[in-house]
Write a protein that binds this ligand. Structure first.
Ligand SMILES: [Zn+2]
Length: 163
């Protein structure tokens, strides 16, 4: 039996996406609202990853406006243009579409990043595919199943107004 681990969890009730300590094989409920939650496939994490994961998710949630853009970003992350790309180069490319991620990049990029910054950027690029795919799915669901009484259009407008 595997020990409990921090895994990415997506709540179908409150749409929270976060790292949560989950016992192997046990049913998962959202740490935020107690609703049914889904464990996302991918890596397991350390308690020290929780904060970074949440900051990246907040950035993606804020900037990602459509499932289509999410799909593009997700396939870009899965098939990088070059294997030799550093995490900083990957992030620089993503920042065009997800400007809120710029907190991950060292100021101005004039100096080579410190080992700590490199480590954070490496962790970030590992988390990003999971987060982008999960948020893309939620955008897709919101488009297919708008809240009762609200046309899908209104949901798009809400998202745009927040920008
Ligand atoms: Zn929840």
């Amino acid at each position: 039996m595997k020990a409990a681990a921090y895994v990415p969890v997506s709540c179908s009730e409150c749409t929270s996406l976060h790292l949560q300590l989950v016992e192997a094989g046990a049913p998962v409920s959202c740490a935020g609202c107690g609703g049914p939650a889904l464990v996302l496939p991918g890596a397991t994490y350390e308690p020290s990853d929780v904060d970074l994961f949440e900051r990246i998710d907040a950035a993606v949630r804020f900037d990602l406006k459509s499932a289509g853009a999410g799909y593009r970003l997700a396939s870009d992350l899965r098939h990088p243009t070059s294997r030799a790309e550093t995490p900083a180069e990957i992030l620089l490319r993503l920042v065009d579409e997800l400007p809120s991620l710029s907190f991950l990049l060292p100021p101005l990029c004039v100096k080579p990043p410190s080992p700590a910054q490199t480590a954070e950027m490496t962790r970030a690029t590992g988390m990003l595919p999971t987060i982008v795919v999960a948020r893309m799915r939620q955008l897709e669901l919101a488009r297919l199943r708008p809240p009762a009484g609200e046309p899908a259009q209104a949901l798009d407008e809400l998202t745009d107004a927040r920008a």
